[in-house]
Design a protein around this ligand. Structure first.
Ligand code: DOR
Ligand code: ZN
Length: 429
């Protein structure tokens, strides 16, 4: 296995240092390291971060390999600076058995670009009626710790309570897609002035906030871990802040698109902007940025949701919700959080690597850049800017909401246990 000398990168944005990678681990961090025989990676001006970890990736395999596969999604992830992604369970068949999660895990190993960590479904077939075999998925080779019916809400409070009780036994976590279905029937976008003007059925903030309020109380009662997927409203941030102040074991994520875009995008009627939960208002965006900055929101989760052209390029009402996220996530965080001075690089590492790895109970990810640690690293050029071209993405789908937008930051290299998956901004395999 090749050794690498990363020269002059700034770990977590601090002082420049050399990073020596040997046998898949960080062997040394320091000035003017001598490393005869190691491949030199010139990294002056680049920021070094621990490899990013996504809590929320839709890889679509098995079932919709025309939209994404474990391999194409893994390549998109590596290009985005990720070394681990959690693969959501709403595949076909649903990842609700040990067999399916092991299949996804094995496909990830074969692709070898990122650690693909399967999420298990909470209920059989995402049906919301019977608990899936959570323990068998946890005990499987895939070592599932996060369970989610994402795409659907675990709406039945008694079932949610039982899921929390069950995962507590093996330190798992239920990741809730917070959407009270009775309040979002037929919903097309955020409910507010703009939905009224456009004549589209609205998805009220209360449909999300009511479930989060209920679930933090259930998590407190049971003493189990709850994670809230893609928080999108100012009220949700307030509820989370309150719950955390009470000591509830709750964590939450925000997507890049909810940090950048608003419901004004719906005025174009371009279905690329249709997503669940919907894009909200300026006020919500501001509260999400503040919540991520102060740690009330623990993590950025991409909700990378590839869709085939026929499912996306139709009328707004017929289009599937969801948008790509992996390849631009870091750039959006730089634009919305780093450049405005709301998060420093250590903060980016915390929200995009350290905390997501901790929530997923992943070993070897989200670790300090220090001798002895596995060499899961990303090198970022913060000064680079580029215009997003969906045709150039590694994802098999093209539904990027950032098409034509100029964004800062470029992933120059990604290392997975010392093996470069991206070099010079290009995937190595
Ligand atoms: O917009 C979304 N798309 N939200 C979800 O919860 C599911 C996802 C998907 O699977 O496409
Ligand atoms: Zn969701």
């Amino acid at each position: 296995m090749m050794n690498y000398l990363i020269k002059g990168a700034r770990p977590l944005g601090g002082e420049p240092a050399d990073i020596l990678v040997e046998d898949g681990r960080i062997a040394a961090v320091g000035d003017s390291l001598d490393a005869t025989g190691a491949e030199v990676v010139e990294a002056t001006g680049l920021i070094a971060l621990p490899g990013l970890v996504d809590l929320h990736t839709h890889l679509r395999e098995p079932g919709r390999e025309d939209a994404e596969t474990v391999e194409t999604g893994s390549r998109a992830a590596a290009l985005g600076g990720f070394t681990a992604v959690h693969a959501m369970a709403n595949t076909d068949p649903v990842a609700d058995t040990a067999g399916v999660v092991e299949q996804v895990w094995r496909l990830g190993q074969e692709a070898g670009l990122v650690d693909v960590v399967p999420v298990g479904a909470v209920t059989v077939g995402l049906g919301g009626e019977r608990l899936a075999e959570l323990g068998a998925m946890a005990d499987s080779a895939a070592r599932v710790r996060i369970f989610s019916d994402d795409g659907h809400c675990v709406a039945d409070p008694a079932l949610m309570r039982r899921a929390l009780e069950y995962v507590k036994a093996f330190d798992g976590v239920v990741a809730q897609h917070a959407e009270e279905p009775r309040l979002t029937a037929g919903a097309q976008m955020h409910e507010g002035d703009r939905s009224a003007k456009l004549g589209l059925t609205g998805w009220p903030a209360a449909a999300e906030e009511g479930i989060i309020a209920r679930d933090v109380l259930l998590a407190e009662h049971v003493g189990a871990r709850l994670h809230v997927c893609h928080v999108s409203t100012a009220g949700s941030v307030e509820i989370l802040r309150w719950a955390k102040s009470r000591g509830v074991q709750v964590t939450a994520e925000v997507t890049p698109h909810h940090l950048l875009l608003t419901d004004a995008c719906a005025e174009s009627y371009d279905p690329v902007f249709k997503v669940n939960p919907p894009l909200r208002t300026d006020r919500d965006v501001e509260a999400l940025r503040a919540g991520l900055a102060d740690g009330t929101i623990d993590a950025v989760g991409t909700d990378h949701a590839p869709h085939a052209v026929e499912d996306k390029e139709s009328e707004w009402a017929q289009a599937r919700p969801g948008m790509l996220g992996l390849e631009q996530a870091l750039s959006v965080v730089i634009e919305t959080m780093v450049e405005p001075g709301r998060l420093d690089w250590a903060g980016v590492a915390d929200r995009m690597s350290v905390r997501p790895a901790a929530i997923g109970r992943l070993d070897g990810h989200g670790r300090p850049i220090a001798p002895g640690e596995p060499a899961n690293l990303v090198l970022v050029d913060p000064a680079a800017r580029a215009t997003v071209d969906p045709a150039a993405l590694a994802s098999r789908s093209r539904n990027s909401p950032y098409a034509g937008r100029e964004l800062p930051g470029r992933v120059v290299a990604t290392f997975l246990r010392g093996v470069p998956t991206v070099l010079d901004g290009k995937a190595t395999r």
